[in-house]
Design a protein around this ligand. Sequence first.
Ligand code: FAD
Length: 461
Amino acid sequence: MADYDFDLFVIGAGSGGVRAARLAALSGAKVAVAEEYRVGGTCVIRGCVPKKFMVYASEVSSQLKTAKGYGWTVGEASFDWKSFLHDKDVEIARLSGIYVTNLQKAGAHLLHGKARLLDTHTVEVEGKDAGRYTARKILIATGGRPVKPDFPGADLGITSDEAFHLPTLPKRVLVVGGGYIAVEFAGIFNGLGVETTLLYRGANILRGFDDDVRSHLADELEKRGIKVVLGCSHQSIEQTEAGLVSTLSNDLTFETDVVMFATGREPYVEGLGLDTVGVELNERGAIAVNGQSRTSVESIWAVGDVTDRINLTPVAIREGAAFAQTEFYNNPTAFDHDLVASAVFSQPPVGVVGLSEAEARHAFGKVDIYRSIFRPMKVTFYGGQDRCLIKLVVKQDDQKVVGVHVVGPDSPEIIQMAAIAVKMGVTKAQWDSTCAVHPTLAEELVTMREKYVPAEVGGAG
Ligand code: FAD
């Protein structure tokens, strides 16, 4: 049998790579992990974690308003962007350090540098730990990266990567895109007092989500002061003395200090040497893998965003874990990508598991819809106008709950629990037999008895 430097070489120390490397190393395997930037990957360094800190920071402005509504006298409040960024970076460095420690404790070797494949068992690292390393198995976990659109002046815009390090908080921002990162950052900037416009070329934000969620959230964003411009895109951006001037597809011009593109991400495969070794890509430019994350090359696997299955941290972690179980614990495991719950940390946030109404109608024909839109008691107290949306999609023939959609405070926390029941195949009757927790927003989920009949469906069920 050939002699290799390592049993496993992992390229990329993000969510998927770190989990796979740690588990494999804990089995006694000799493992190396190469990282070209910072250990922790997108999630820890420039994704979920810093974003959530920014959401927390920006939510304080509405909490101050709530405080007034509940009788508090709140003095002049101000926000210090620089001090927040500093503290955020200190915390991110601490978390990244924990990832490094955990890798080391498991016995994995961390190599700093950019890795590329030389052949099916050899990786070359360029950078601090430059060298050529051979491995019996190679795992690609290089993640994704943001893409900017291609039009004159697009280079003047930033992406989420730079939004985490803006030297000053702008007065005006134009966030371009309709996906979850766009609506989250629009909420962040708006909450921090930045005049915020969300520009999206499609008919409504959050494509792929339930239509009620999409329209409800767009309304709620506007109520909170975000200007939502739909069906419109960029022609160009120019730098002028007054700021960045965007010329839009309707020929109107729009002046801001920062344009942030959240217009999509692509699998990060550049410079990996995939064609040299014959690792095939799919039609979306992602590494093509089977259910056990195997690529077209026998000794090479891929997990996480680089495979563009469901691009979320817990999914990358589970895919990495399943790979390690299969290859290093003799326990063949495939991660089940069905019914993965997700959240949008917009303001208000969204929590979703399962199918949208349209997807369910397409898949099953007949569905029952239960829907409630209401002002939560916390805001009715002071006359606030925020509204929550709760919606259940139920398959008509067997009464299984196939979709749960919540827009409102704590919906990401609520949906995590709802997902357990949906994953277990709960029926509407079982769901309803669960006694409410009172007074909560979530109790509305188990107290919806009357079917909602959308006008256009007209009782067809
Ligand atoms: P990554 O975490 O991206 O890690 C890949 C690593 O590989 C990186 O560290 C990179 O530097 C390194 N690398 C790449 N190429 C090489 C090379 N050739 N050599 C060496 N190293 C290399 N997901 C959620 O679940 N919840 C959220 O709230 C959420 N919010 C997000 C917010 C933003 C702004 C973004 C951008 C993403 C967010 N995500 C969220 C998605 C989540 O971050 C990703 O799904 C997750 O990080 C994917 O993990 P991964 O292991 O595939 O890749």
